[in-house]
Design a protein around this ligand. Structure first.
Ligand SMILES: [Zn+2]
Length: 197
């Protein structure tokens, strides 16, 4: 599958989800075939751990369709980046989508400075902090910039440096269930934003 075909499949899946289509069934036949023949996910999605943002549901997908990496605030750790590299090199996923969302608790907490936790939680908030700083603590803008920062993190990692055309960003609105926009890299490696569909 090409990157464009993968993007189209995400768009169609999301359209079906919005139209109230039933979640596709992962039949026992499908499960057996995925076990015997292996997985061939058509996209890698990095998204927040938030329970309202499950990508398989938002894109109307079945088991085997999406390779998913999740952490609060849709940030990538070394392990997450390694997972992404594995999907790209070994599973040949043709597209990477960073899916942020509105009213993100992790971004909101980073904006409000109200998180008191141990080292790992602090590290997560620190990772979001640059976006918060540029956004001057405006949560909505910080969410947008945080998506872009994760896109840049991916592009900066050696396996993806030559493949900016497969890296995308989007933001899911948890109130309307719609995806607000699509971000991608232009020829000068600047991020541009256009409507999702
Ligand atoms: Zn979130």
């Amino acid at each position: 599958m090409t990157t464009e075909e993968s993007l189209e499949r995400l768009r169609t899946g999301h359209k079906n989800f919005l139209a109230g289509a039933a979640a596709p069934t992962s039949s026992l036949n499908l499960i057996a075939s995925l076990s015997n023949e292996g997985q061939h996910p058509f996209a890698s999605v990095i998204t927040c751990s938030d329970s309202r943002v499950a990508p398989e549901i938002l894109f109307n997908c079945r088991l085997g369709d999406i390779f998913t990496i999740r952490a609060a605030g849709n940030v990538l750790s070394d392990y997450g980046m390694g997972s992404l590299e594995y999907a790209f090199d070994h599973l040949h996923t043709p597209l990477i989508l960073v899916l942020g969302h509105s009213k993100c608790g992790a971004v909101k907490s980073a904006c409000a400075h109200d998180v008191h936790g141990h080292a790992s939680l602090q590290a997560l908030i620190d990772k979001i902090a640059p976006a918060v700083q540029i956004a001057e603590r405006n949560p909505d803008l910080a969410e947008d910039l945080n998506i872009e920062h994760t896109m840049h993190d991916i592009l900066a990692y050696a396996p993806f440096q030559a493949h900016p055309e497969i890296i995308f960003g989007a933001k899911y609105d948890i109130a309307t269930a719609k995806i607000r926009y699509l971000k991608s890299f232009d020829a000068n490696l600047n991020i541009t934003t256009r409507p999702w569909d």
